[in-house]
Structure formats: structure tokens, C-alpha cells
Ligand binder design. Structure first.
Ligand SMILES: Cc1cc2nc3c(=O)[nH]c(=O)nc-3n(C[C@H](O)[C@H](O)[C@H](O)COP(=O)(O)O)c2cc1C
Length: 344
């Protein structure tokens, strides 16, 4: 059997295989009140039918103005819980596990008037100028992350992922190029993220793993390097993160260091580096579309899980197709069996 097809466990989270659907905002869909609708239900449940081991619901924000756009999902109200519960229950019926990515867009909140962030510099020349959060407001936002996490637990999610990557609020706080504060959240760049982790952990069942996506490096003029991220991630690990999902970039500003380019597996070396340095499970993401490449990433030990983004937008059955290619067989939903084994 392929490594990709092997079950995987982290605390109470038991996956049928090592294939993860990456969190991906569905912006175009009308979700003005931040609550998942029929699109989201079909979209996520389809990937469970399609064989993914773990499905991560897109960036879901802890307050309305924390959304990138007003069409993004949120979990700031108890009234939103049932719509998530419906997705969770149906994904479980199809053998998948499901987590939710909790976030705040900070200075990248396009529709907020104004957006807030650790500091007053905008994301780029076209973005609105953010208002710097007061120390009290930063603490209040930490509480909102915990409230949203408690709602996610009520909705039945198997795990939670904190979005600490791609230039959103947690990333903004740990980026020395963005966070110019001189309060407790500026002197210690990891403090905001650490406090979010601790507050969220306090409301999770003790056996539920906490995942966190981070950008291992930035690309802008002021970019931090891997050494900086390792130091921050060590603090995040010690505060309670059980697995890092390793991405890069997204911070904004001119990219003078140059991106490594979007070639298959371009972020995998960073996942390996974080795993080795921190002795913690990691998942890798970024153009792992080819089943053989995803298999290599997991079989080599570069990462524990392979996270698939756009390829799963194109093909909800990516996991079934990958496992059939690697192993010659894969479990499929009963009504679809004849599509694979039956005669015409
Ligand atoms: C439409 C779209 C929406 C995305 N939304 C999110 C998101 O909500 N959270 C996140 O961490 N990354 C988001 N991403 C990034 C993906 O999760 C993934 O990291 C990236 O596409 C690279 O993986 P891939 O090459 O397999 O697509 C998004 C990407 C796309 C294409």
C-alpha cells in the first residue's frame, strides 16, 4: 500500500489516509452573513465523497470585519453553528474528518472600514490604511479566537487550524517587518499568536489536536527568514500547536527576494526543515497535484500529510484517483462502485 493511503493519527484525530483538502476561500459565493450555504455544503461534502482523509474548511473569521471580503465565512455567532454542524455530520457519514481554519485578516480585510492590524502600514499601495489595534483590543481579539474555537467544538469539528500564514493577522503580529508596536505584542513578536494558541487550547478537548498554518519565509523587502519562523514556531509549539502546515509568503509589499517560483513541491523543503528543527508533525502544501509527488513527500518523511489545494477544486475525486493510481484500488461510495468496477 502507498504511504499516502495509510491511515494517520494525531491525538484523537484518526484519518483514513494522508490526503488533506487545503482551506480555500469560496469568495464568489453569496455568504454575506458569514454562514455556510448550500454551495459550501456541496463543496465540502463532495471532497469527503471524493476520498480525502481530512477536509479543512476555508479561512473562517472570528469577527465580521476580520473577513477578507464580506462574502467569506465566519464563526462569530452561535447562530452560525448549525450550518457548520450539518457539513460536519455529512462529511463524517462519508468517512472523512473535518477541521476549520480560524482566522482574522487584519490589514488584509478588504471590506472593513477601516481594517485593523498590529500597525498602520497598508498591505500594498492600493490597500486601505489599517488602524493599529490597542493592547486591550488585541486581547479582546484573542478572546474572539477562543469563542470561535468553542463554537467549532460545538459544531463537531475534529480539529482546528489557526491561520498564521499568508499575511493575515497572526502572521502580521509575528512579522518584524509589519509589527512595529512597542507594547507587549510588539516587544515579543510571537506573543499574540502564543496567546491565541493558549486561549484556543483552553476550550478544546485535551485530545483534539491543534493545527497551525504558517508562512515559513516572507518574500518582501522586509522579509523574515526561516530562522525567525523557527524561533516563533518553537514558541507556538510550546504553547500547544500539535502540527504545522507549512506554506510561505503572502505578507505584501514588493517581493524583492524573489519567490522560489511555483514549481511542483516548492514549499516541501520548508516543511522538512520545520519538522527536523522542531521535532513536530508537519503537512506540506503547494502544487502536489501529481499523485507520485504527493506520495514521495509522505513516503520520504518530508511531511506527514500532503495538502492539496487547487487540484481539488478541479477534481473533487482527487484522492480516489491518486490512490487508484498508486495502489490500483480505492474505496468509493457504494452508489459509485459501478463507475469503477461495473460493466457499461
Ligand atoms: C481560491 C483559493 C482560495 C484560497 N483560500 C485560502 C484560505 O482560505 N486559507 C489558506 O490558508 N489558504 C488559502 N489558499 C491557498 C491554498 O490553501 C493553498 O495553500 C495554495 O493554493 C497552494 O496549494 P496548491 O498548489 O495545491 O493549490 C487559497 C487558494 C486558492 C486557489
Amino acid at each position: 500500500m502507498s504511504s499516502l493511503g495509510k491511515p494517520y493519527s494525531l491525538k484523537a484525530l484518526s484519518l483514513r489516509n494522508r490526503i488533506v483538502m487545503s482551506p480555500m476561500c469560496q469568495y464568489a459565493v453569496d455568504a454575506e452573513d458569514g454562514t455556510p450555504n448550500e454551495w459550501h455544503f456541496v463543496h465540502y461534502v463532495s471532497r469527503a465523497v471524493g476520498g480525502a482523509g481530512l477536509i479543512l474548511i476555508e479561512m473562517t473569521d472570528v469577527e465580521p470585519d476580520g473577513r477578507i471580503t464580506n462574502r467569506d465565512l465566519g464563526l462569530w455567532s452561535d447562530e452560525q453553528i448549525p450550518a457548520y454542524r450539518r457539513i460536519v455530520d455529512e462529511v463524517h457519514k462519508h468517512g472523512g474528518k473535518i477541521g476549520i481554519q480560524l482566522a482574522h485578516a487584519g490589514r488584509k480585510a478588504l471590506d472593513a472600514e477601516p481594517p485593523v492590524g498590529p500597525w498602520t502600514e497598508p498591505f500594498d499601495d492600493t490597500a486601505k490604511q489599517p488602524r493599529a489595534l490597542s493592547t486591550e483590543e488585541a486581547w479582546a481579539l484573542i478572546g474572539r479566537f477562543a469563542d470561535a474555537a468553542a463554537r467549532a467544538v460545538q459544531a463537531g469539528f475534529d480539529t482546528i487550524q489557526l491561520h498564521g500564514a499568508h499575511g493575515y493577522l497572526i502572521h502580521q503580529f509575528h512579522s518584524p517587518g509589519i509589527n512595529k508596536r512597542d507594547d507587549e505584542f510588539g516587544r515579543d513578536k510571537a506573543k499574540f499568536g502564543v496567546e491565541v494558541i493558549k486561549a484556543v487550547k483552553a476550550v478544546l478537548p485535551p485530545d483534539m489536536p491543534l493545527l497551525m498554518r504558517v508562512s515559513a519565509i516572507e518574500y518582501a523587502e522586509y522579509a523574515y527568514d526561516l530562522e525567525h519562523m523557527l524561533e516563533v514556531a518553537r514558541a507556538y509549539r510550546d504553547a500547544g500547536v500539535d502540527m504545522f502546515d507549512v506554506s510561505t509568503g503572502g505578507e505584501g509589499g514588493p517581493a524583492v527576494k524573489g519567490k522560489p517560483g511555483n514549481y511542483p513541491g516548492y514549499q516541501v523543503p520548508f516543511a522538512r526543515a520545520m519538522k527536523d528543527a522542531l521535532d513536530i508533525p508537519v503537512s506540506a502544501v503547494g502544487m502536489l497535484d501529481d499523485a507520485e509527488l504527493a506520495e514521495h513527500v509522505v513516503a520520504s518523511g518530508d511531511a506527514d500529510l500532503a495538502v492539496i489545494g487547487r487540484a481539488m477544486l478541479r477534481n473533487p475525486y482527487w484522492a480516489i484517483d491518486a490512490l487508484r493510481r498508486l495502489d490500483g484500488t480505492a474505496d468509493v461510495a457504494k452508489p459509485y462502485e459501478r463507475g469503477y468496477h461495473g460493466r457499461r
